[in-house]
Design a protein around this ligand. Sequence first.
Ligand SMILES: Nc1nc2c(c(=O)[nH]1)N[C@@H](CN(C=O)c1ccc(C(=O)N[C@@H](CCC(=O)O)C(=O)O)cc1)CN2
Length: 286
Amino acid sequence: MPAQLIDGLALSKKLRLQIAQQAQALSEQGLRPGLAVVLVGEDPASQVYVRNKIKACEEAGIHSVLQKLPAQTSQQELLEHIAALNADASIHGILVQLPLPKHLDADAVIEAIAPEKDVDGFHIASAGALMTGLPGGFWPCTPHGCLQMLDAIGCELRGKHAVVVGRSNIVGKPMAMMLLARSATVTICHSATADLGAITRQADVLVAAVGKEKLITREMVKPGAVVIDVGMNRNAQGKLCGDVDFEQVQQVASWITPVPGGVGPMTITMLLANTIESAQRAAGKK
Ligand SMILES: Nc1nc2c(c(=O)[nH]1)N[C@@H](CN(C=O)c1ccc(C(=O)N[C@@H](CCC(=O)O)C(=O)O)cc1)CN2
């Protein structure tokens, strides 16, 4: 029997309704949640993602501000914009769309965001909170969205072997920490991993977050595994596809996320959720 689909669009829709209710409740108490999105340059994909974030805010009743800066913006100018947003009480979340133009130091820019407004969860304070399990910080949106999808299908993680392929600070590492926090046994694989398939075949839960089309083939997946595809690649025909050979792997997995319509929409949903969380903290409600 082919795998069941984990529908990120449907789950997002459901969660965004709850988020809209939370935004309305806060607004009625005189605190409208606010998100600032900073886009530097004209990367076409980033423009689409940013537009979708602003639209999602509008639909959820979250106040949003889009700051579009030219590609030649200097590091100093960008840091000044962030400092102004840090000081703006109407803004509870700040994100700088990545990737940034090459002349900018993304790490320094992220560290300049006030940790209490770091709704992307990329600041070192958020990473530290996730790593230690201590309160504060925000969980990065993409891996948090993956966890929500696992919860939505009732996937028990305790004692399961979860394999994360990819070790980025944005997805792979935080995903591994979240799975560990749920008492899964976690293995992280990366470009230097010897015999990747021998490890992925042990996975009860397999998360692919590499950015390489069809990296995960049917032979690399244990029958009955839950497969989460974070990849976002364009194939030779220009079609959006993940890291998993979907047609083949869906023959052996029990559950699988599609691309598009899987993890992607959940990324924006968790951004909205973090913005609400930040506003609630500012209101002293959390
Ligand atoms: N500051 C950030 N920059 C980036 C992040 C991030 O979380 N914060 N993640 C990615 C891009 N991204 C959000 O910013 C993002 C990517 C994809 C999707 C999405 O919904 N994808 C759709 C397909 C869209 C399409 O057709 O192109 C899907 O998978 O169904 C949402 C958000 C890098 N930068």
